[in-house]
Design a protein around this ligand. Structure first.
Ligand SMILES: *Cc1c(COP(=O)(O)O)cnc(C)c1O
Length: 397
């Protein structure tokens, strides 16, 4: 398959290591009990990794349940997997209920009003119930138990799951740990109350990536990993259980031009950068339209050229940016520049890249531009057992 819609050519691109994705599935599986399953969160085009190939590979790795943010995302995932369960985590307007049926999607119901309106459409829907235990985004507060109960009595809705979302699963501060515990206690007491009244709560799920690694004591039917499936933390931090995964994505672009800039000359818009000595300047064919944050300049934004880390200088433009490659040896037009990823011994991790832009990896990844072709690397083609062997070998080393 061509890298681009129109053929195999390069400007700026993303490389996706699907074998790393498979390995990350195994790492998550090794942290959860055998009766718990992965509900892979592949919203926002699988965090920028390209939802089609990601979903297909995950199915091959035995993942049978997916979560997306929107109806359209659910429909797209359905094109790639006929038999998987797909849950829409975001709000769907009741007027669109027919599409939930058409694409065989289950819907997270946000409150009793939402449930009532979906029920009234007459479509038979599989739903999950969102309990708001303190995140205060979507869901029904346990205080309004009658509202929760009313959802179970909607005749066109079948509850197949009950869920909540944690507000600070990434934090190991005592205050946050206590908050998480409160959220979980609140969730399980609602579940108990429903079960006491003989409602079938379906499958329970509460843990996003960080909660899997920080709160292994939580026992549910599914975990909902997003960012860590893709092999990165949201930011540089510690988790209670060791994470043993590999980044799936690299971000690369071509160098278009190399030349010298005299001392005292400025580079790019607004002339915010002035050379303090003669430098070797390289212009790269990637910019903020491709998802490189414009504010990366002047905050330690780096890039790897010739195996050497070099600084981004001057304002980042929509389609291009400039580097000081004075320390990178011989550099010429057509060479590669790596913004996220590893080249030889040099590495820029997504966590570092995100920190330079003052954000988290989740945001960086899902905002990578639609203009970047996704190039897939799959060395261990064929058998998932091969991946397993590779994984075991690596663990033994
Ligand atoms: C996005 C999302 C997730 C995945 O979160 P990560 O931190 O990326 O693992 C899980 N659950 C819900 C409800 C989400 O919205």
């Amino acid at each position: 398959m061509a890298d681009n819609k129109f053929g195999d050519f390069k400007r700026a691109w993303v490389e996706i290591d699907l074998d790393a994705l498979a390995r990350n599935v195994l790492d998550i599986k090794s942290k959860i009990s055998s009766d718990c399953e992965i509900m892979a969160v592949i919203k926002a085009d699988a965090y920028g990794h390209g939802v089609g190939r990601v979903a297909e590979r995950l199915v091959r790795e035995g993942v049978n349940t997916f979560a997306v943010a929107t109806l359209a995302e659910g429909a797209e995932v359905r094109e790639h997997t006929d038999s998987s369960n797909i849950l829409v985590l975001g709000y769907t307007h009741p007027a669109d209920a027919e599409y939930l049926v058409k694409f065989r999607l289950s819907q997270l119901v946000v409150d009793a009003e939402h449930a009532k309106a979906l029920d009234k459409t007459g479509h038979k829907l599989d739903i999950h119930v969102a309990i708001d235990t303190g995140m205060h985004r979507l869901g029904i507060s346990p205080k309004n138990f009658a509202d929760i109960e009313s959802i179970f009595n909607c005749k066109n809705l079948t509850v197949i799951g009950t869920a909540t979302h944690l507000a600070s699963p990434d934090s190991l501060l005592s205050d946050d740990l206590e908050f998480t515990k409160k959220q979980m206690d609140s969730f399980f007491s609602v579940v108990q109350k429903l079960q006491d009244r003989e409602y079938d709560v379906g499958k329970l799920h509460t843990q996003s990536s960080y909660a899997i690694y920080n709160h292994p004591e939580i026992k549910c039917d599914y975990v909902r990993p997003g960012i860590m499936l893709y092999g990165v933390h949201s930011q540089d931090d510690e988790t209670k259980l060791e994470t043993d995964f590999r980044p799936v994505l690299s971000l690369k672009a071509l160098i278009a031009q190399v030349r010298e800039i005299e001392k005292g000359e400025s580079v790019s818009y607004g002339r915010i950068y002035t050379a303090e000595k003669v430098i070797k300047l390289a212009t790269v064919t990637i910019g903020y339209a491709d998802g490189i944050p414009r504010n990366l300049t002047g905050r330690g934004g780096m890039c790897i050229v010739n195996g050497v880390k070099v600084p981004i200088i001057g304002r980042i433009c929509m389609d291009m940016l400039m580097l000081d490659v004075s320390e990178a040896g011989e550099v010429k037009a057509g060479d590669h520049a790596t913004f996220i990823g590893k080249v030889g011994d040099a590495e820029i991790r997504c966590e570092e890249f995100a920190a330079s832009a003052g954000t988290i990896t989740n945001e960086i990844l899902c905002r990578l531009g639609a203009r970047l072709p996704r190039i897939y690397i799959e060395r261990l083609v064929g058998d998932a057992a091969e991946v397993q062997k590779e994984f075991v070998r690596r663990r033994l080393r």
